[in-house]
Design a protein around this ligand. Structure first.
Ligand SMILES: Cc1cc2nc3c(=O)[nH]c(=O)nc-3n(C[C@H](O)[C@H](O)[C@H](O)COP(=O)(O)O)c2cc1C
Length: 162
């Protein structure tokens, strides 16, 4: 089974858009190319088509809580391609608003993460995932909150600090 790491250029951006339910409505050519799927296989399908089993659910819970409340979020995400390969991204996910300030859709722009950041994120995600498997998502939420409390920073400050 394929489990190779794919990378992309420092100057490149992986872009996608979703509707309010997280169904993909747009992907730039790099998004389509990295995913290994055809555009037809992606458009109108839920974004979790790329979900990697190494990702802790708490990260996506945080992501959806933030964007549904109208805020942006930065997150490191490991994605799984059609063939079972993977690639890491540093994602900026934002809601878009209509003229009545109602959220109309979501937008994500992803850059290549630094090696230094992944050295911090990989063990953190492994611990959160283990916690989720053993004790559930509320327990991993609590774990993340505790780690941030010990560091004396918010999630936003933490994620932008390396
Ligand atoms: C604009 C946008 C981009 C997203 N990009 C990704 C992504 O690249 N990879 C991913 O696994 N989930 C991404 N998600 C989150 C997925 O919608 C989903 O919550 C996640 O894959 C976890 O799957 P689940 O919610 O079914 O557990 C994105 C969501 C939005 C709104």
């Amino acid at each position: 089974m394929a489990n190779n790491e794919l990378t992309f250029g420092d100057e490149e951006f992986i872009v996608s858009k979703t509707n309010l339910d997280g169904k993909i409505t747009y992907g730039n050519s790099l998004f389509i190319q990295m995913s290994g799927y055809s555009e037809l296989e992606l458009i109108d399908h839920p974004h979790n088509i790329l979900r990697h089993p190494d990702m802790p659910a708490v990260v996506f819970k945080l992501l959806w809580n933030q964007i549904r409340s109208g805020k942006e979020i930065f997150a490191y995400v490991k994605n799984k391609t059609k063939s079972g390969d993977f690639y890491w991204v540093f994602a900026h996910v934002t809601p878009s608003f209509d003229s009545n300030r109602k959220i109309s859709n979501y937008h994500s722009v992803r850059r290549k993460p630094t090696t230094k950041a992944l050295e911090i994120i990989k063990p953190l995600y492994a611990s959160l995932l283990q916690k989720e498997k053993n004790s559930g998502i509320p327990a991993s939420e609590e774990m993340l909150a505790q780690i941030l409390k010990e560091k004396g920073v918010s999630y936003d400050e933490f994620i932008l600090s390396f």
